[in-house]
Design a protein around this ligand. Structure first.
Ligand SMILES: [Zn+2]
Length: 452
């Protein structure tokens, strides 16, 4: 990109993001229609035709399309417009003020993920302004409701307006932030995510007087066993292709990590031993890797008892279980029930709250390979590694219908990777203007080369 264009892009993309942050789309309630209208109005300045879809009043998503000749596969630029709540008292700047200060744009959504909406909109406009002859359609969808599961946003669009958003390839959030591996930058591409399985367990017992513990069957004591068993469970380790490749690349890039990661790759069953050692140096990284190797079931809510002196006959707890690609929530349930057999399955009731399948896209597609190539051109010393998120994104809706989805929002960390990650859903979320311009240039380059 030439200097003049870069300067224009810098101002335009900064303004766009700052304005978008100012539209408070905290979900719940979401109120994304206001943001969707803003995106549409902005695109219409460049003569894009936009369509607004509402799954419910106020829950808007916006879609637009740049037509190609049809000789190449199509590409969807996906983002979500909703954000999680932010408490202004905890922040250094107003979280919905769109403050531009010291080279940063501050606010909830700057990284997750209005920043990527801004980059995608800018990249799309540049394709049009530069009159690029596309061989495939490039679609942009900025959607509602991702932070509450996406059923009123991307999931709803896939279900009700598939023709508007269907594409062979999808670029979305979930990867792109570089990890500094002993000084070498490793850019991640999200190629997989765990499945979500939220369930409730109700432990049953017999009530009695609190002063005679042996005379009753205490449901809290039963639940205590369930919580202990599941919370401390270390399920079988499985190395899915994404994680195997991630560990390989990280070991290559980082001399200090290499001994631990090489051991894990060689002897996956003994990974915990290596991770315990690694945790003493870098707890965040070690626990992140541990969660990527197996199914987990974490107790997150518990409730039991009604009065100080009544032994409770009922206690319920909620578990946040995350399932690896290749496994299903129902397989996880069977595994969990087998684990609780001696606690008394006849006195435990299970109820599914939410179940989403895990998903993984191939590392051997032309788009994945191009992302790696372009990154090496932008930053010759960097490497690119696929990554699996332990959380979920809207990519799963598109992987479920057979699209190849990649989470890639290129960001060079100004502080450390973990410090930046903590601002997402945390305090003082912000993105540098440098990173917005970098992201626009990289995305523009990838899209143009992929589609021509
Ligand atoms: Zn997000």
């Amino acid at each position: 990109m030439c200097a003049k264009l870069l300067h224009e892009v810098r101002e335009e993309v900064t303004d766009f993001l700052s304005n978008l942050i100012r539209i408070n789309t905290t979900n719940p309630p979401g109120n994304e229609t206001a943001a969707a209208k803003y995106v549409a109005k902005n695109l219409e300045k460049d003569d894009f035709k936009c369509e607004l879809f509402e799954s419910a009043p106020g829950r808007g998503s916006v879609v637009t399309r740049l037509k190609g000749s049809g000789k190449k596969p199509s590409l969807l630029l996906l983002s979500h417009l909703d954000v999680v709540a932010a408490n202004p008292k905890e922040w250094s700047e107003e979280p919905f003020g769109g403050v531009v200060k010291d080279g940063f744009i501050w606010g909830r959504g700057a990284l997750d993920m209005k920043g990527m909406t801004a980059i995608e909109v800018m990249a799309l406009k540049l394709l049009k302004r530069n009159n690029v002859k596309l061989k495939g359609d490039v679609i942009l969808a900025a959607t509602a409701d991702e932070e509450k599961g996406g059923d009123a946003g991307a999931g709803w669009l896939v279900k009700n307006h598939l023709d508007k958003v269907k594409a062979d390839y999808v670029l979305n959030e979930g990867g792109g932030m570089a990890i500094s591996a002993n000084g070498n930058m490793v850019y991640t591409v999200q190629t997989a995510e765990k499945g979500i399985y939220w369930f409730r367990v109700r432990a049953k017992g017999k009530p009695g007087h609190g002063s005679v513990p042996g005379g009753a069957d205490n449901a809290i004591m039963r639940m205590n066993k369930v919580v202990d068993r599941l919370g401390n469970y270390r399920a079988k380790i499985m190395l899915i292709p994404t994680v195997k490749q991630y560990l390989t690349q990280m070991a290559e890039a980082d001399k200090q990590l290499r001994p631990y990661l090489a051991q894990i790759l060689q002897n996956p069953e003994e990974a915990d031993e290596q991770l315990d050692k690694l945790a003493q140096r870098d707890n965040y990284l070690a626990e992140e890797i541990r969660a990527r190797l197996r199914m987990t079931a974490t107790p997150t809510m518990i409730h039991g008892g009604v009065k100080e002196n009544i032994i409770p006959s009922e206690c319920e707890a909620v578990f946040d279980c995350r399932v690896l690609p290749g496994h299903s929530p129902s397989q996880a349930m069977n595994e969990i029930k087998a684990l609780l057999r001696d606690v008394g399955l006849d006195k435990l009731e299970f109820e599914t709250i939410q179940a989403n399948d895990p998903s993984e896209s191939s590392l051997k597609t032309p788009l994945y390979e191009l992302i790696v190539k372009v990154m090496k051109e932008f930053e010759p010393t960097c490497s690119v590694a696929p990554v699996m998120l332990t959380g979920g994104t809207d990519s799963r809706f598109f992987r479920n219908i057979g699209n190849a989805c990649y989470g890639f929002h290129p960001v060079r960390p100004e502080t450390s990777y973990s410090e930046m990650q903590k601002t997402i859903h945390g305090i003082d979320e912000r993105i540098s203007i440098e990173n917005l311009v970098l992201g626009t240039s990289i995305l523009n380059n990838i899209i143009e080369r992929f589609m021509t």
